[in-house]
Write a protein that binds this ligand. Structure first.
Ligand code: DAK
Length: 258
């Protein structure tokens, strides 16, 4: 399918979604978010890992599109916020691991997009932040909540209240970014991580992801119960039988995701 502001490329079982409006530093306007939504609908069982990154040299995503947002009346702003939330929730709910390759500015909605991915790896030239309060608004695509869950309340408040941009090293120090790579090594690193993930059972990864995500919002006792139940359910699956059989036969497992 042809898109205007994004690209979805598949290399074997690894899909890469490029937000690709480099002239506007990949800012998220309505069309871009709609194209992302359409692209995410096409992610099927042939995809085992999704990498999200920015087109061009400078930016991952420099935020929601300020030019489009500036004149929005409240009702349309609510719709725009709902669209962003829907797309990011869809990304978060994918059963496959998602990796944000932050190759430059990840500000506002861009930082929120990265936060909706499972892992964030950043290039040395990346700058991350939530500058919305400087524009008279607050993060509107889940940033206040996902950032708080990722780095804790005090750090999240510091970033949101100051609106400051932090570099990749600082982002790693506070636990927002997992690793910092030279710019020209970022995508290779993400693909290498993808290769590692693809050695494991896709079914088990999908279940682990769901349990971690759902459990984070539950009381520990209830979350542990969810884990216990899910663990049990995996017995009898092809992947469980194959994984354990392969171990006992001292060979590499060949998983089907069933
Ligand atoms: N939106 C629109 N255009 C943008 C943009 C953005 N977020 N960021 C950059 N651009 C455009 C610039 O306007 C410029 O366009 P031209 O002038 O060439 O036409 C082009 O990209 C290149 O940018 P610069 O010339 O500014 O490049 P520099 O290297 O000088 O500066 C920069 C790079 C990233 C520091 C700077 O562009 C910048 O500060 N950009 C804005 C960053 C920012 O404030 N991002 C947060 C956006 S607010 C909500 C829903 C969502 C949100 C809030 C509420 N609800 C519905 C309630 C989310 C809000 C945000 O994300």
């Amino acid at each position: 399918m042809a898109y205007e502001n994004i690209r979805l490329e598949k290399d074997g079982a690894v899909a890469t979604l490029y937000v690709d409006r480099p002239k506007a530093l990949n800012a998220l306007n309505t069309k871009t978010l709609q194209e992302m939504e359409a692209a995410l609908h096409t992610i099927g069982t042939d995809v085992r890992v999704l990498i999200v990154t920015g087109g061009g040299e400078k930016a991952f995503v420099a935020g929601a599109d300020i030019a489009e947002m500036a004149a929005l009346p409240e009702a349309q702003a609510q719709e725009f916020g709902a669209l962003g939330h829907r797309v990011f929730a869809m990304l978060e709910a994918l059963p496959v691991p998602t990796i944000a390759a932050v190759n430059g500015f990840a500000l506002g909605g861009g930082c929120e997009l990265a936060l909706a991915c499972d892992f964030i790896y950043a290039s040395e030239k990346a700058k991350l932040g939530l500058p919305e309060v400087g524009l008279g608004v607050i993060p509107g695509f889940g940033g206040t909540q996902r950032l708080t869950r990722a780095v804790g309340r005090a750090r999240a408040k510091e970033l949101v209240f100051t609106g400051e941009r932090i570099d990749a090293a600082k982002a790693k120090e506070i636990g927002l970014v997992l690793e910092v790579l030279p710019a020209d090594a970022l995508m290779a690193h993400c693909r290498a991580v993808a290769e590692k993930l693809m050695k494991n059972s896709p079914l088990a990864i999908a279940k682990a992801k769901r349990v971690i995500e759902a459990g984070a919002d539950l009381e520990l006792k209830v979350a542990n119960e969810l884990e216990r139940k899910t663990f049990g359910e995996l017995f009898g699956s092809e992947d469980q039988r194959e994984g354990m059989k392969a171990f006992l036969e001292k060979r590499t497992a060949s998983f089907t995701g069933k």
